[in-house]
Unconditional design. Structure first.
Length: 356
């Protein structure tokens, strides 16, 4: 360990308590993409530095991670990075184009291209994320927990085949039917890298982990159960196994499978502590499906952040009332969008804390 200094003692542990089903002082709230373009200070910093330079420079990643905490009374921080750092570490070029999003100029088109991937040494090429996490734990001074994250196998496979975001993920879906065996190999290879990566994040100081299966929305229930779930289960099982063998405490884990509200029961049986919900899911129905021993996270429509303060306050309060104070982490149902007014974040956070 480079930085052997003990981490500061955690003061606000409501997020971790909620994840473990313990009593909380207040409903914890954080927001997916809480560090991002809706903040002028983020935009300012991005004018000087390329997106992946920010990710790769621990001082910059920590500065951006800290930005939302300076403004809002949030109950968690999430390390600034991107899910596409794993494809990069596997030898695939990823560029961030303004107004477009991620672009992978040399995508994986056919099974033969899988030979281009370089899983050996991938973890060492991601060490900058560990460095940023360790630095951030110190900079946080125990104020709130630090969440680490990864993309899930199907979601990463999708970006790597499509060469970027896609409205349909049709090329990636075509792989599942045209090259089922190679698809399994691809997903397995990604799963292995993800487990290594999450273990490294925990060793570096991540206090909770979230797995983003953002592209679950493109799969039918049957396909999600075949191409998403087994690998999501492997991630959880293998990580717990590895940490336990090394006597490293297991941290709570969240699965956020956007658009997979059709499989909440199945998701709740994978060993994750927290299931993230998008806004298409009704909180009460979700609770009935997952039972009492899973924590739910979510799920306000990010678009509701564009409503007037009174309406937003009412919607947030109603949401918290539906979920209740136990086993609940308030969040949006997906990432906050770039034009969101800053005052909406203030209203959201305050309304969550005041609701119960
Ligand atoms: O939540 C946080 O504050 C941590 C930061 C974070 C980013 N990306 C920073 C980012 C997290 C958790 C992610 C995860 C991520 N990245 C996901 C999963 C979550 C989700 O939204 O479904 C996905 C699919 C990606 C891939 C990705 N990165 C896309 C599709 C885009 C473009 C979309 C957009 O908002 O422009 C990015 C770019 C990105 N990642 C930005 C940020 C702040 C904006 C780019 C910029 O600064 O120029």
């Amino acid at each position: 360990m480079k930085d052997a200094k003990p981490f500061p003692v955690l003061k606000n542990d409501n997020l971790l308590r909620a994840a473990r089903g313990e009593v909380v002082d207040r409903v914890p709230v954080w927001v997916m993409r809480q560090a991002g373009r809706y903040l002028p200070e983020f935009q300012e910093l991005r004018k000087q530095h390329d997106f992946f330079t920010v990710c790769r420079t621990p001082e910059l990643a920590c500065e951006v991670t800290m930005q939302p905490l300076r403004r809002f009374d949030l109950d968690a921080s999430i390390i600034f990075s991107d899910i596409l750092v794993i494809p990069q570490a596997l030898g695939i070029t990823v560029e961030m184009h303004a107004g477009v999003g991620p672009v992978l100029p040399q995508p994986i088109k056919v099974p033969e291209d899988l030979k281009r991937l370089t899983p050996d040494g991938a973890l060492s090429r991601l060490s900058y994320v560990g460095d940023a996490i360790t630095m951030m734990r110190h900079k946080l001074e125990g104020r709130v927990p630090l969440i680490g994250f990864t993309g899930a196998p199907w979601t990463l496979m999708g970006y790597m085949i499509e060469g970027g975001g896609s409205k349909t993920m049709s090329k990636a879906k075509a792989w599942l039917t045209e090259y089922p065996e190679d698809s399994k190999l691809f997903l397995s290879l990604l799963t292995d890298s993800i487990v290594d990566y999450l273990e490294m994040q925990v060793k570096a100081g991540a206090q909770m982990l979230q797995v983003f299966e953002s592209s679950a929305e493109h799969l039918s229930k049957e396909d999600f159960l075949q191409w998403g779930v087994p690998y999501l289960k492997r991630i959880r099982d293998e990580l717990v196994d590895r940490l336990t063998k090394k006597a490293i405490p297991v941290v709570p884990m969240t699965l956020f499978a956007k658009g997979a509200g059709h499989s909440l029961k199945e998701q709740s049986e994978l060993g994750y502590d927290v299931i993230g919900l998008d806004w298409t899911v009704d909180p009460i129905e979700a609770r009935n499906l997952v039972g009492p021993n899973i924590t739910l996270q979510g799920n306000l429509d990010p678009q509701d952040m564009y409503r007037g303060a009174d309406e937003l306050r009412d919607l947030t309060t109603e949401m918290v009332h539906k979920f209740g104070k136990s086993r609940y982490i308030a969040n949006l149902g997906h990432g906050i969008t770039p034009q969101t007014p800053i005052t909406s974040m203030e209203v959201l956070v305050e309304a969550v804390h005041k609701a119960l």
